[in-house]
Design a protein around this ligand. Sequence first.
Ligand code: HSE
Length: 431
Amino acid sequence: MKTINIAILGCGTVGGGVAKILTEQQSLLSKRAGVNINLKTIAELNPEAAIKRFGIDKKYFATASPSENIKNILEANDIDIVVETMGGKSDFVHDTCLNVLKNNKHLVTANKALLAERGQDIFEQAIKSNLQIGYEAAVCGAIPIIKGIKECFTGDIIQSVCGIMNGTSNYILSQMTSQGLDFDQALKLAQQNGYAEADPSLDINGGDASHKLILLIKLAYGLKVNMEQLPITGIAQITKNDMEFAREINAKLKLICFAKREGNQVYATVRPMAVKNTNTLSFVDDAVNAVRLDNKYSGTHFLIGKGAGSSETAMSIVSDIVFIAKHQNVITEEENHNLTLGDCSKIAFPYLVSFKTKNLPGTTGLITTAIGNQGINIETVGHNRFSGETADFSIETESCELSKIEAAIAEIKSAKDGLLLESPKIIPILY
Ligand code: HSE
């Protein structure tokens, strides 16, 4: 039986999980691949820690200096697939991935930040070298969304792809909803329970979710979007009241990755949305991820599962290894539908608009009239929450363009200066 040799660069949480599955399941994986899958070597700064944590035999660890180990792997003639699990988007990691492909080896990685922000030349090099990049693990951990789009829905046209793609922020929002916590309390709980990092910025500011959406937009629509082009809003501004307002309209606030094709444009954003209880995404709680595909011929599909974790993410990497070992010659060109990125504020959404106002008679009437003056139908006016001299309430609108809501807010401001104590929060509603 032919042998496919694997090298792993970085044996931390994910790389260690990969080594463990490859060694524990070697004969089963080889049967599935139809070739002998052989873990040949691991380059790791701290082999002792990896040996202790994952119980991997020390024979797999290369023994030269870290840079020498990587150089040897890149130059080896008998390595077929390199697994990059060092993480980060430094020049070193970027150049190493590029050199894997230049040295005629397939690349498998979970590195969403690298691929989304600096991946263009890496993807181009793979095509040039007639090699594959496996990156199932980079988007929603264990959920097979990359292969879903690339291999399973090839008979279809994907009209929209949206979902919950960051487990940490979903955990925080779920705790706020179910326990009535405010944002800071829920974040602290997420950190105590190991869901959020000490520096949780990338998870709560929408950055991590954006990396995943950028990769899915590229795959589904052949459209290259960068972080600066994508409108991104995180979850740090969400309050307990916002959660209550969402509950009043039978919805839950979720950090949503949203991309929708209309004509020759793709509209995309990452931001909190009020997801109606009729949409399965509203039931995806805690640290779970989910992706919803709306397809032209086959309708709606949900993929729900673990988006992070050592063995979960490692499983996707191992699946990529088996796929590449089995189908080494299957190189698919990027699709190009000549689509461009549209202005997301131009597509109509129903909105949940929340107001913090002075507690004065006539306020609700003034605000609802201003909204009506823009031709916007109101679905629900939530009840007021009074606290001393302030009042908070929300309005659920029917579908309209964002500019109409903004015009209504401008009218309210000019009709009664100082009535609005904060800029109203405008949250799209997802059915
Ligand atoms: N930190 C991410 C999450 C997983 O919370 O979902 C890695 O992208």
